[in-house]
Design a protein. Structure first.
Lengths: 512, 339, 333
């Protein structure tokens, strides 16, 4: 069959990362084409290119065999491409019908005013919903009062109201209940019969096998392969998704593992941390793997006191402690290099000097007064020690490159002389050189006896750096591997294959 | 994550029909109306004179210009902004209206000009505020705070605080009472209905909700945020103009200074009427009910013998309570939304 | 890029540094303001020879006292991205409570003064508590308490004023110390302390961090909530102190005291270069802003404009200051 949409050799570069590199993709009418890959594989970039948010640096997009260029999302919409993003983009205070027709309500010009034809709008909204076999939704109801599943149905109806021929669904089941997932699948099948091409992105591989006709795998922005779903297996997909060779970028030094620095027992913080018990020992790097949304960062933030634990125990150096605020965590010798440099890790408008000293101001100050000379020395030492490329300690952090910004974050926390260093995606979005430097530093810190808990979505990084690997899924630790047993395949399998029995277990627990 | 929603949704599925109908019925407007009725009955039980026809009409009459101004304020707040300057603006426009009326008496031009000019001047001044807010991105609180004192000072400069007397009889619009009902009440009722319909059914009305509720999404849907904010302030100016005429024509003299705390009274009416101060929600019917509620409280305080001087404290508490209810409601919503 | 990076850190010559410093000063908000203020003062002194006299200047300083006292904590608050609209109402309420505690409750005047100031602190603390714990936006919270605290002032006093204080009470408002009014000493000390705390302590640094990126500050272990509570309480405290000294100067308490004063306070702070969106600002700037507004006011008064009408100028200056700030901000970046 002739594809409606065809992408050939698409490349896209962002500062510091090659997000897509020569990717192919096509979709035929009446087909569900699944798109899979790890976090950061380039799936989001690709759907943003298809939906006109980004423009590719090179490559060709054809619709019905005609080359096209989208300058903005509107132009893609006009060609019949609709996207349902993870965060739904609805107006809670407006009615279902208004949301469906937002921006293109049936209207007529009356003098200087544009009058919305309400009757027509309600009728047409009702028709669209009926065509999706949705008969239990009042189009006059405010969207804010709907369940998440129903909101999603409104999003789908919105897509149909513009006669979408291609529907992109980004993790549509991420926040749905099982009953809602079933209804969603019915709707997807209905749309497929009607000839809509569906691009389906999901981490849950069993959904791919249940719904998909073909599946395309991306990895590190590279196109790996496209296969009919009937001709592949879950194992094969996983190995295609992760199948990288571990190069020698990460020179992990051997270090002596000593006493436990951090121990948590049955730590809970709803909704994302659901009973975690683990230890991190001095001199050890523990890798924490898991999908986005598995609760890894939330666990780190619970330990660090940003979202304090609701139950469970935390021990630091064998002492039971209460951590309610980050300030308490810092005092206990815990440091957290957060996932999002720009909003969490740095005050970008302030200088390197001010950022480096941020976590140790109480120690730098005498009677509350900051010792500026010591502060300056501290920042200068940081610049030298971590080889930060900057004109002076007075440079505004926003003007540094991503890698150098990350080094500023790291040096801020090193200044606090931590016993436990939690690093959340320590090398995301930074260039290869800076990445190697940060890995070398982590390795050295471990040798010096610091306990390191590293969260990463890059399996090679996890495998290369960790002495021990923990895998998290749906708020709990589901697997542990020693450095020797761990492989990309067994980690990925633990991360992804959500077995139904496990799901039921979680349900029962939280229902109690 | 899935599990919590799961258990919640099974119960919700069973009760959703009933609950939806109930929560649809118990929206802010109905709650407010019930509150007005309950309070009225309470005061009436303490002092039956409260429900004398004259007193009820007086109460509604007094609510009217506040309610009309609160319609404009409600739109401004729904769009995610605020306007502190309305108090001064009403004072200024009332004076302008009175001066023109006196001029008309001396001859030259017809009296209706006194009723038209304040509307235009109001729209013009608010358009200026809207321009600074929408196009130059200055926070509305700062612009309107500045404008508040500019207008207040300008009024004093102009009138030296002298009251305006000897107004022509025809000018006393608010003192007329066709069918026994004072004119301002007609204005309140008709403008509330018109504005409510317009907010609900016109494209611009919906755009106001969109801009205040989800700025980014509004932009992506092709709604012009700037133009919408401009329109909101201009409409507010017209509403304030009408309110100022009702204000100017209620007594035989015009005070020609700014009634202190007037803007706060209007904002309170809007907020108590269910207009979320964070933007994006609310109705003009609610704000009108809010104005009436405030006056029931104000008059009721007299009838149950509580000093008027506590009124402003009650206002403050009313704002706080409504805002906190709104915050809690939002928090619950976003929690269930996250699943 | 490479050349810049390689430049060693300490090789700027003294001349270069001086020039860089001067340029920074002149295009800084404070620099521009200072120049405008000096010009305005010179113009005024040519208009009236009574203006630039020591007597007149101390008189002006006393008039500016209350606004200035409140502008110091307001600078802190606006730096964190907040605002406090209730300062005028706290001012009025503190004065009323002072008068009530002494006249109606019959407490010793010393105790009444303390209670008045304490009530201001509590009022500010309540603002902070709701902002921090409940998450009410500062604008809304202080708008509500603008009404609430003024209402308390009205309700407690029933619009009656307290007067007839003993003589010693008037000393601080009308007396001199070492030849200068008490207000100048108190204000001077307050300015000095506030400036040093903001510029040199970890608390001050924390305020800037909160204003630039609250989440980032929280993640760095800065006690954001405690700092916010402190500044709103400080704001209430300063309003209370100002109310006491103002009462001492005018010898009576009235429930409408300080109505609209928040406008003058915010105008001075914003005029002084503090970013209304938070993140930057200095006490020096605020002080210059205060002086400029006072100079312009007295200029208008000297040219025969009535007292209340000077608000036209304050409002216009507020809007213009932000407009210019916007434009200059675009130019700088």
């Amino acid at each position: 069959m002739e594809p409606i949409l065809q992408l050939t050799n698409i490349s896209k570069r962002f500062p510091g990362v090659q997000a897509l590199d020569g990717v192919h993709f096509d979709i035929c009418p009446g087909e569900v084409h699944a798109l899979v890959g790890e976090n950061g594989a380039g799936k989001s970039t690709m759907i943003k290119i298809i939906s006109g948010v980004h423009r590719p640096d090179s490559g060709e997009i054809r619709i019905d065999g005609q080359p096209v260029e989208f300058n903005n999302p509107r132009e893609a919409t006009e060609r019949g491409i609709a996207t349902i993003y993870q965060e739904l983009s609805l107006y809670p205070e407006l009615t279902v019908a208004e949301n469906i027709f937002m921006g293109h309500a049936p209207s007529s010009q009356v003098g200087p005013f544009r009058k919305i034809n309400w009757g027509e709008m309600f009728d047409r909204a009702q028709e669209i919903l009926a065509s999706l076999n949705i008969h239990d939704m009042d189009v006059r109801r405010k969207v804010g009062s709907l369940s998440v599943g129903n909101r999603q149905r409104v999003e789908i109806a919105k897509a149909l109201s513009i006669n979408a021929r291609i529907l992109i669904m980004d993790e549509p089941t991420a926040s749905l209940t099982e009953a809602d997932v079933e209804r969603l699948f019915e709707i997807v099948r209905l749309l497929r019969e009607r000839g809509v091409g569906i691009i389906y992105i999901s981490h849950r591989l069993q959904e791919v096998f249940e719904l998909g006709d073909r599946v395309t795998v991306l990895r590190d922005g590279q196109y790996i392969d496209t296969k009919p779903v009937s001709e592949t297996t879950e194992d094969e997909l996983i190995s295609m998704m992760v199948g990288r060779t571990i190069d020698n970028l990460f020179p992990k030094l051997p270090s002596e593992v000593r006493e436990p620095v951090l121990e948590v027992r049955d730590l809970r913080r709803r909704p994302s941390v659901r009973g975690v018990s683990m230890q991190v020992r001095a001199g050890e790097i523990v890798g924490l793997a898991g999908l986005v949304g598995s609760g890894r960062s939330e666990l780190a933030q619970t330990i660090f006191g940003i979202t304090p634990a609701q139950s469970g125990e935390i021990f630091v150096n064998g002492q039971k402690v209460e951590i309610k605020t980050p300030a308490q965590a810092v005092k206990l010798g815990i440091a957290y290099v957060p996932e999002d440099r720009g909003t969490q890790g740095l005050i970008k408008e302030m200088t390197i000097r001010e950022n480096v000293s941020m976590a140790v101001l109480p120690e730098l100050a005498r009677g509350g007064f900051i010792d500026f000379a010591r502060e300056k020395t501290l920042a200068q030492e940081a610049i030298q020690q971590l080889n930060i490329r900057a004109t002076s300690v007075q440079q505004i952090v926003a003007k540094l490159s991503g890698g150098n910004q990350q080094k500023v974050v790291v040096s801020k926390w090193l200044a606090s002389k931590p016993r436990l260093l939690i690093m959340d995606e320590p090398t995301r979005g930074i260039d290869v050189g800076a990445k190697a430097e940060i890995h070398r530093l982590m390795s050295e810190l471990a040798v010096q006896g610091i306990a390191i808990l590293m969260i990463s979505s890059e399996l090679p990084e996890i495998l290369g750096m960790s002495d021990r690997i923990l895998v998290m899924r749906e708020g709990r630790l589901v697997a542990e591997f020693s450095r020797d047993e761990a492989t990309q395949e067994n980690i990925a399998a633990a991360m992804m294959s959500a077995q139904m029995e496990n799901n039921h277990l979680v349900m029962e627990r939280s229902a109690r | 994550m899935t599990a919590t929603t799961q258990s919640a949704s099974t119960t919700a599925a069973a009760g959703s029909g009933v609950r939806a109908r109930l929560s649809g019925f118990f929206n802010q407007d109905v709650v407010l109306a019930l509150l007005v009725v309950t309070l009225t009955i309470f005061v009436w039980l303490v002092n039956p004179r409260f429900l004398a026809q004259r007193n009820v009409l007086d109460m509604l009459n007094n609510s009217s210009y506040i309610a009309v101004a609160a319609i404009g304020m409600t739109m401004v707040i729904i769009s995610g902004n605020i306007d502190i300057s309305v108090g001064s603006l009403i004072g200024l426009l009332a004076t302008i209206s009175g001066q023109i009326a006196i001029g008309a008496q001396d001859g030259g031009y017809p009296l209706w000009i006194a009723f038209i000019v304040p509307l235009f001047v109001g729209a013009l001044i608010e358009a200026f505020i809207g321009f600074l807010v929408a196009y130059l991105r200055i926070p509305s609180i700062v612009v309107s705070l500045g404008m508040f004192s500019i207008l207040k000072g300008a009024l004093i400069l102009w009138t030296n605080g002298v009251w305006i007397y000897n107004l022509p009889d025809d000018f006393m619009l608010a003192q007329q009472a066709p069918l026994g009902v004072p004119v301002p009440i007609y204005f309140m009722v008709i403008l509330t209905i018109l504005a409510a319909l317009w907010m609900k059914y016109s494209a611009t009305g919906r755009a106001i909700y969109a801009v205040g509720g989800n700025r980014e999404a509004a932009r992506l849907s092709g709604i012009s945020e700037k133009a919408t904010i401009m329109k909101v302030f201009i409409i507010n100016g017209v509403m304030v103009g009408i309110a100022s005429i009702l204000f100017a024509t209620q007594f035989n003299a015009i005070q020609s200074t700014v009634p202190p705390g007037l803007e706060l009274f209007i904002i309170t009416a809007s907020v108590v009427g269910g207009v979320s101060i964070l933007g994006g929600t609310g109705t003009v019917i609610g704000s009108t009910l809010g104005s009436i509620l405030l006056h029931v409280i104000r008059f009721g305080m007299q009838f149950v013998d509580v000093s008027q001087y506590w009124l402003q404290a009650v206002q403050g508490i009313l704002i706080l309570v409504t805002v906190m209810v709104d915050l809690l409601r939002r928090r619950r919503q976003s929690y269930s939304g996250r699943g | 890029m490479a050349a810049v990076e390689q430049q060693p850190l300490q090789t700027e010559t003294f001349g270069q540094r001086l020039r860089a410093w001067l340029t920074r000063l002149v295009i800084s908000q404070e620099g521009i303001l200072l120049i405008i203020t000096i010009i305005a003062m010179l113009v005024l002194s040519t208009q009236s020879d009574r203006f630039l006299t020591a007597r007149n200047l101390t008189r002006e300083a006393v008039l500016l006292f209350e606004v200035a006292m409140m502008a110091l904590p307001m600078t802190y608050i606006i730096i964190t991205g907040g605002i406090d609209l209730s300062v005028g109402s706290i001012f009025g309420m503190s004065a009323i409570i002072l008068g009530f505690a002494w006249q109606d409750a019959g407490l010793p005047l010393e105790l009444a003064i303390a209670i008045g100031i304490l009530s201001g602190m509590i009022a500010g603390f309540v603002n902070g508590l709701f902002i921090v714990r409940v998450g009410v936006p500062p604008l809304i919270m202080t708008l509500a308490t603008l009404a609430l605290y003024r209402g308390m002032a009205l309700g407690i006093s029933q619009a009656r004023s307290a007067r007839g204080f003993p003589d010693w009470f008037y000393e601080v408002g009308r007396g001199d110390f070492l030849g200068l009014p008490w207000q100048i000493w108190i204000l001077g000390a307050a300015i000095l302390i506030s400036a040093i705390v903001l510029a040199r302590t970890s608390f001050g640094r924390g305020l800037y961090a909160i204003g630039n990126n609250e989440l980032g500050a929280r993640f760095a272990g800065i006690p954001v909530d405690r700092y916010k509570l402190i500044i709103y309480t400080f704001s209430g405290f300063m309003s209370g102190v100002a109310a006491w000294i103002f009462t001492s100067r005018v010898s009576t308490t009235r429930s409408d005291m300080g109505t609209g004063i928040e406008l003058d306070v915010i105008a001075a702070v914003v005029l002084g270069g503090t970013d209304i969106f938070g993140g930057s600002g200095t006490i020096a700037g605020t002080v210059i802003g205060l002086i400029l507004i006072q100079v312009l006011k007295s200029g208008l008064l000297l040219s025969g404009v009535k007292g209340d009408a000077t608000t036209v100028m304050v409002g216009a200056v507020l809007i213009l200051a932000i407009l210019i700030n916007n434009l200059v901000g675009r130019f700088r970046s």
